[in-house]
Design a protein around this ligand. Structure first.
Ligand code: NAD
Ligand code: MG
Length: 384
């Protein structure tokens, strides 16, 4: 499990702990939290625990003394973990940091349950080409994509007219534009329906997350970008829909709990028990849908434009967003400065012609570094 201590990682760990006979944990990877990683490794009886950041290696080793669990740290150790023999890899690192380790996990016969959408946003063509070349299998964890995967007739892709991703609209769905400029990180982190990591929570509030998910869907499913649609659905009960040429509209519904899509991936093609609250349609009473408002949520517009621009525009989009979200969380910029920073960065890279297609992960990581620097400089200039 890559990204074991995060929100997705903890949900997966909960399912593993409830099914001790079904799963054997080969390796758990986290960034820097030795304590959380060691506790999880002990409770799941993992064979090894790996920290990406070597700084806390001694702590990890100390915490695992006498347990028989192997401890390691550093970049090479993460790649070594990704390469180990295992049936399933759960890709749940946050951000572009997940790209290289998740790519390293793609091997013949490997099944990857992918939560890290940045792999597909930043390097979708490269990632999917490597999956195909290796004969590996990718199962989408992201709830909308998992929903679509469950109702997508893979044997007959030509019969699909349209794929719809739903969005909750986040905490500011009904806010006026002028009020959105004033919101605080605490307000933005409070998602109405989902409990997630900090970065994706802010991305949900700006709706950048939905833009990323459109790009993710474009790479996961055999469809064109103009067949993808976003609908705001505040109840988060319907997660994704596929419309067919006979007029059928198929949807997957469930409570907003990531343990359902994670369990779907972990047991696929069978089903396993997940301890989630059952969706009670009678008590919900009604399900509502509305078109997204691109004027109040420019991040979604920027992501759709980046998908149309192609090349490395989506990698620039992600790098700028990661940088701007971190600055917003630190109080350095306002909420509406996030899409502003992303738009300025995208324009600068488009003008410089630096967003033509990537030939390798190294190309992607170079553009990623350059875009982060550009956004950070823009933020500094703005503060000055
Ligand atoms: P999180 O911040 O809660 O956890 C991130 C995990 O990644 C942690 O275990 C952290 O230690 C690890 N990590 C960070 N940098 C690392 C590095 N350089 N090397 C190794 N490990 C590193 O994030 P999350 O909310 O669990 O999201 C994880 C991914 O899943 C993101 O790409 C997110 O978009 C996607 N996702 C999350 C949810 C959700 O409900 N949380 C839903 C759909 C998709
Ligand atoms: Mg999602």
């Amino acid at each position: 499990m890559l990204g074991a201590t995060g929100s997705i990682g903890q949900s997966a760990a909960d399912l593993i702990a409830r099914n001790p006979d079904r799963f054997e944990v080969v390796s758990l990877v986290a960034n820097s939290s030795a304590k959380a990683l060691a506790e999880m490794a002990i409770s799941l009886n993992a064979k090894s625990a790996v920290l990406a950041d070597p700084e806390n290696f001694e702590d990890l080793k100390g915490l695992l003394v006498g347990t028989g669990i192997e401890a390691s740290a550093g970049e090479a150790a993460v790649f070594e973990a990704a390469d180990r023999d295992t049936d399933l890899v759960i890709g749940a690192i946050v951000g572009a940091a997940g790209l290289a380790p998740t790519m390293a996990a793609i091997k013949p016969g490997r099944r990857i349950a992918l939560a890290n959408k940045e792999c597909l946003v930043c390097a979708g063509d490269l990632f999917m080409a490597k999956i195909a070349a290796a004969g590996a299998e990718i199962l989408p964890v992201d709830s909308e994509h998992n929903a679509i995967f469950q109702v997508f007739e893979a044997a007959e892709p030509d019969s699909v007219e349209k794929v719809i991703l739903t969005a909750s609209g986040g905490p500011f769905r009904t806010f006026a534009l002028k009020d959105m400029a004033q919101v605080t990180p605490q307000q933005a982190l409070k998602h109405p329906n989902w409990d997630m990591g900090a970065r994706i929570s802010i991305d949900s509030a700006t709706m950048m997350n939905k833009g990323f998910e459109v790009i993710e869907a474009y790479h996961l499913f055999p469809i064109e970008s103009d067949q993808l649609e976003v609908l705001v659905h505040p109840q988060s009960a319907v997660h994704g829909l596929v419309q067919y040429r006979d007029g059928s509209l198929l949807a997957q519904l469930g409570s907003p709990d990531m343990r359902t899509p994670i369990a779907h991936c972990m047991a696929y093609p069978r089903r396993m028990e997940a301890p989630v609250q059952r969706l009670d349609l009678a008590s919900l009473g009604s399900l509502t849908f509305e078109k997204p408002d691109l004027a109040r949520f420019p991040a979604l517009r920027l992501a759709l434009e980046a998908l149309r621009s192609g090349g490395q525009a989506p990698a620039v989009l992600n790098a700028a967003d990661e940088t701007a979200v971190a600055a917003f969380l630190k109080g350095a910029i306002g909420f509406m400065d996030i899409p502003a920073a992303v738009e300025e960065t995208l324009n600068a890279f488009a003008a410089s012609g630096e967003i033509s297609a990537a030939g390798s992960v190294e190309d992607v990581l170079n553009v990623d570094r350059g875009a982060r620097q550009w956004t950070a400089d823009w933020i500094l200039r703005k503060a000055a």
